[in-house]
Design a protein around this ligand. Sequence first.
Ligand code: TXA
Ligand code: MG
Length: 349
Amino acid sequence: MGLFRWNLLPRALLNNDIIFKLVFSEKIRLKILDCTPAGIYEAVAILDQGGLLGLPTETVYGLAADARNESALQRIFQTKGRPADHPLIVHIGNPEELGQWVQDVPPLAEDLIQNFWPGPLTLILPARSDVSRWVTGGQSKVAVRCPALEATQSVLKTLGRGVCAPSANRFGRISPTTAQHVLADLGTSIEAILDAGPCRFGLESTIVDLSVEPAVILRPGALAVEQIAQISGYMPQILKRAQNTRTSGLLDKHYAPRKPVQLCSTSQLQDPDLLSSAVYSEAVILSIVRPACPGLWLEMPVEADQYAQQLYDALRQADASDKPLIVIESPPQQPQWLAIHDRIERASR
Ligand code: TXA
Ligand code: MG
């Protein structure tokens, strides 16, 4: 690892092919594991020995460590550059393990688990006293989720313990939705990445805080809020801002590229007079409609689920381009676009 210096490479060279060739030429120690029984076995051994693993899930890739190993948990914070008091989500392979982490499972939690686990839903509940402060950020509650992806299930069930896994990106940046993204962000500082291909949802799990009454949504995500409302019998309030800044996904600026991001309307994009300015010719434009103004167009899907699946990759491409500005057409306002609006608004602040 010693001789390898990312910052000596011209940015244009940092495309996926070249990154993978560097890995395979063994200039860095990191292993890319596939989802064969041997790959899963090695991934589990790394976690068991206190290592860090790029773990695929159906939402985004996580930076995984044994949730009962405090030195492994500390490495998560160092690797991400994340403040030490920001709590982590515990990932479990089987809903029955929830009792190892929380004091009590209220009826609404049971109903949500029945309907949506395994899946992209994170529940926040009062924590048992033996849960590490590295997991809870020193709070009295803990976040737990049971991921659905088969490879994640295999890892968690074979390990037989909970695993903490924040998104595998540097703090405040764009979550990774492919193994290549994890490699580009954290490749020199973790042991391995389990490569399960691109994530199905591409947006993080929906987080519901059940430690308060009535329940509130801390982060809209891959599971629609309406589906939760059908089970709870009421539409939970969606918190817009962190009342305490330890819910990092609620920070004003989060999920952010390095370059400035501006939002604009569809009509602005189609008005050549408004957007003929030199500013936009220097932009990468993420939009469903073809823009009438100059600039580099990244065409986005019309359907919300496909848009979500591609959004983070598109933002990464825009960030890696030679254009200094990212412009995003504000998508439709229907409910299925809620989590996408949340992310692009935070990226643009
Ligand atoms: O889809 C996901 O949830 C992904 C995959 C890898 O599972 N994980 C993920 O983790 O997005 P992370 O750490 O990047 O985002 C979790 C969010 C953070 O904003 C964190 O502050 C919040 O959940 N959180 C975790 N535990 C909490 C707690 N006890 N109370 C309040 N917020 C909590
Ligand atoms: Mg994150």
